[in-house]
Design a protein around this ligand. Structure first.
Ligand SMILES: [Zn+2]
Length: 350
């Protein structure tokens, strides 16, 4: 047998073996490198296969480059259908590589680490969309690390809409651009012109139609901020105090996390950082999520500044730290809802 043929047959055999193993066992989550879109889907599929009573995958449409927008719903497997839902998404912006890694780690903690976290699932289900912008993420990972938008074609031969400027509240307003060739902040030809923002909207509407959506957290980077509505204008949210209290629970938990240089987050209304129109957080709040946050992960650690692209050896520590913050915010929300008969926001959503 020629050496080439032998090599080809060996590769084919290894492929078959990998496919066989994949069908039998879930691959453990790796945090030593950033995942590709394909590897994220494999990971989610593995969870659904291994934990069918607690995990459901759903597709919410396809991108311009035909990638699927897949969410995972995590429950405790008891089959209750009336539970409130915590909705988390990540990677609206292509270059924010740490954000889908943080979302996958949160998924892993809730599913594989179920025994440690089951109280978070007792009266709540979680929906996570870990990669809102798979086309942009793939482009950023392989061609231009600075890329922020999606990859839809625009007029003038330019590509991409800023998906976090493509929602309907304050669309085309502050901190947006109508120039389709703008590298950042092009708000699209209309609100919800993009399949990715429509997918997020669809999940939100699905949750609000049954009054199940309670807490929305959109993970971005970088800046070490926990931001809450409103973003589009200098207006305070009705329940600013509630937002601030839950954000502070996240801030305190992360500061006390067992790392050498834990992040010192700052919590404030989004418009106090800078007003921006067309964001997903404002939209979630506008349709009735009583609590809506943008979590801006850190761009530095100790003396190291990495902005959008943490070095690989820091991924593990940073996603663990992020989970500590998310968990604390969820716990505080649950505590407030279960203890208090007081209404959150304008609706008695608890
Ligand atoms: Zn962002």
């Amino acid at each position: 047998m020629s050496r080439v043929l032998f090599a080809l047959l060996s590769v084919a055999a290894l492929g078959a073996q990998a496919a066989f193993l994949h069908g039998l066992q879930r691959a453990a989550l790796q945090t030593h490198d950033y995942y590709s879109y394909e590897k994220m889907l494999d990971y989610l599929d593995g969870l659904a296969h291994t934990y069918p009573s607690r995990v459901t995958l759903e597709d919410w449409g396809r991108t311009h480059e035909n990638r699927t927008l897949r969410s995972i719903t995590i429950t405790n497997g008891y089959g209750r259908r009336d539970k409130k839902v915590i909705f988390i998404d990540a990677a609206f912006h292509a270059r924010e590589w740490l954000t889908p890694a943080a979302a996958l780690y949160a998924i892993d903690q809730l599913v594989v680490g179920f025994e440690l976290n089951k109280e978070l699932l007792q009266d709540y289900d979680w929906i996570v969309l870990p990669l809102v912008n798979p086309d942009g993420y793939t482009f950023s990972r392989t061609i231009d690390p600075r890329w922020r938008k999606n990859r839809s074609p625009n007029r003038l031969g330019c590509h991409g809409t800023d998906l976090n400027r493509n929602f309907a509240v304050g669309w085309g307003g502050a901190s947006t651009s109508k120039n389709p060739c703008s590298h950042e902040k092009y708000c699209g030809r209309a609100a919800f012109s993009e399949p990715e923002s429509r997918a997020v909207r669809q999940i939100m509407h699905h949750l609000m139609a049954t009054e199940r959506g309670i807490l929305y957290i959109s993970i971005h980077s970088h800046g070490s901020w926990i931001l809450y509505p409103w973003s589009y204008a200098k207006i305070a949210a009705k329940n600013t105090q509630e937002h601030a209290e839950i954000a502070q629970a996240g801030v305190a938990a992360v500061v006390n996390a067992p790392f050498d240089s834990s992040t010192k987050y700052k919590a404030k209304a989004s418009h106090e950082l800078y007003p921006a129109g067309g964001t997903s957080t404002d939209y979630a709040y506008s349709i009735g999520f009583p609590l809506a946050y943008t979590l801006e992960l850190p761009g530095r650690r100790g003396n190291a500044t990495f902005n959008f692209h943490p070095p690989r050896h820091l991924i593990s520590e940073l996603v663990q730290e992020t989970w500590i913050g998310l968990r604390a915010m969820a716990e505080k929300t649950i505590e407030k809802c279960s203890k208090s008969k007081r209404k959150l926001h304008h609706k008695n959503i608890c």
